[in-house]
Design a protein around this ligand. Structure first.
Ligand code: PFF
Length: 456
């Protein structure tokens, strides 16, 4: 007990209930809420897709997140050591942690480049250079930016240095303190943007795109997409939740926190959709997904709204906040692994992580310019890292973790962890989560993986 206490004090913990919620939500809320979720919902049948997504988060997202958080808190270690500590001697379950670290490096390599564009666009919105209601102009501006290797590299390295700087401040004074300030601001900006967008002429068309149920679009492929999205959205299978769990306080109610994070994350996604699509439809643009939506359509849309420049700045600040919280949680994974496994200071571990990411990430910064023709397995580096992490490592990590908690760590220990050693009376929740982890989540996640690999 004494040892556990000193260990906890040395590692740092999130200091308050709100801090835990803000940081964990900060990890879940990312660019996925802004450029993935709203579009996928609209394109796959609106309300029907929403319902399936909700089911997917309930049967895959929630149990796997509870599993990650409880394993992390129980072991109070980085993902590799945590699984070594909890697994029976000699069984290589720690490979889940190692795979999470590889996924973290790959995801961060391309994600840091997209975050770099978002940061750059905050300044471009302030300077007014992307203010044009002509989609061709905003498209040319975007292509000019990503086509410039020096700009791409410098913005990416700037983002990495910024994230590294926050992580150097530590878990409590860095991650938690920032999340507590930024998450409320994110909600405020979202509400303002939503109010403006919903007051526009053709707001109802945007809402219809998002929500009107079209059950004919609910195909097997849409269902698998919803399940994959639930996984990515809640930052699962990449070691992030496992790491954040290791900073949870002993008295934190894990099932309750998980439900709140899921609900708030869903809320952000829907508000983002309600801020974006009414405006897109009002000005006659086609709904798009991904980078085209955020960097090309959005500037053209906001350029036509009264006070549009201000709203555009608000939009990119919002996206930057979302991206920063997600990136912090994922960068913390290699930092804490290197710090604890190599026994080097947190400072050195952060420097090493940032440096490695600057090198590996530069292959993504250069994907749209110098390395445009460089391909492996038919994919450029940006898409290759995305493919390996999203379609192979994340689902595989999720399946193995569910199997580990459900079958190896087992009922008693999982129940003990979720109930804060018997202090909470939540046996029904535990029983439900265990059932899903044993029989449902691994099978469904395997289907998502097979679809990602084009086997299904
Ligand atoms: N939950 C994040 C999202 O929906 O955008 C996923 C994520 C991506 C987390 C990249 C962390 C990260 F670095």
């Amino acid at each position: 007990m004494q040892e556990a206490k000193t260990n906890t004090a040395k590692r740092g913990t999130f200091s308050s209930g709100f801090g835990v919620l803000a940081a964990t939500l900060g990890s879940a809320v990312g660019l996925g809420n802004i450029w993935k979720f709203p579009y996928l919902t609209g394109a796959n049948g609106g309300a029907g897709f929403l319902l399936i997504y909700l089911l997917a988060t309930l049967v895959i997202g929630l149990p796997v997140m509870m599993a990650e958080l409880s394993v992390g808190r129980q072991a109070r270690s980085n993902p590799i050591t945590a699984l070594q500590k909890l697994a029976p001697k000699g069984q290589p379950w720690w490979l889940i942690g190692a795979a999470g670290m590889i996924a973290a490096f790959l995801i961060l390599s391309f994600y840091s480049e997209v975050v770099a564009w978002v940061y750059a666009y905050v300044f471009k919105a302030i300077g007014g250079s992307i203010l044009s209601n002509d989609r061709h102009v905003t498209e040319a501006a975007f292509n000019a930016m990503i086509g410039n290797p020096v700009q791409s590299l410098l913005w990416q390295w700037g983002v990495l240095i910024f994230i590294g700087g926050i992580l150097l401040l530590g878990v409590t004074k860095g991650i938690e303190a920032l999340a507590k300030k930024l998450m409320p601001l994110l909600f405020l900006l979202l509400l303002v943007l939503c109010a403006v967008s919903l007051s526009l002429d053709k707001a109802s068309e945007g809402l219809a795109f998002l929500f009107s149920p079209d059950f004919s679009k609910i195909t097997a492929s849409a269902i698998l997409t919803a399940m994959g999205l639930a996984f990515f959205k809640l930052s699962l299978g990449m070691g992030a939740m496992l790491t954040y769990g290791s900073y949870f306080r002993d008295d934190q109610n894990i099932p309750m926190t998980t439900v709140r994070v899921m609900a708030a994350d869903l809320c952000v996604s829907m508000l983002a959709g309600m801020a974006i699509f009414p405006a897109v439809f009002t000005f006659g643009f086609a709904p798009a997904a991904g980078p085209a939506l955020v960097f090309i359509t959005i500037p053209a849309v906001f350029s036509q709204i009264p006070m549009g420049q201000l709203l555009m700045i608000a939009f990119f600040v919002l996206a930057a906040i979302a991206a920063t919280g997600a990136m912090l949680s994922l960068t913390e994974v290699p930092v804490v692994i290197l710090h604890e496994r190599l026994n080097i200071s947190r400072r050195r571990a952060t420097l090493l992580t940032v440096l490695s990411l600057a090198i590996l990430g530069s292959t993504c910064a250069l994907t749209n310019n110098v390395l445009a023709d460089f391909k492996l397995f038919g994919l450029n580096m940006f898409d290759l890292y995305d493919f390996i992490s999203s379609n192979v490592i994340l689902p595989a990590g999720g399946i193995l973790l569910a199997v580990f908690v459900g079958w190896v760590w087992g009922k008693e220990k999982f129940a003990d962890a979720l109930s804060n050693h018997g202090k909470l009376n939540n046996q029904t929740v535990t029983r439900g989560a265990l059932f899903l982890l044993r029989y449902v989540s691994p099978v469904l996640t395997l289907l998502v993986m097979l679809k990602g690999l084009n086997v299904l």
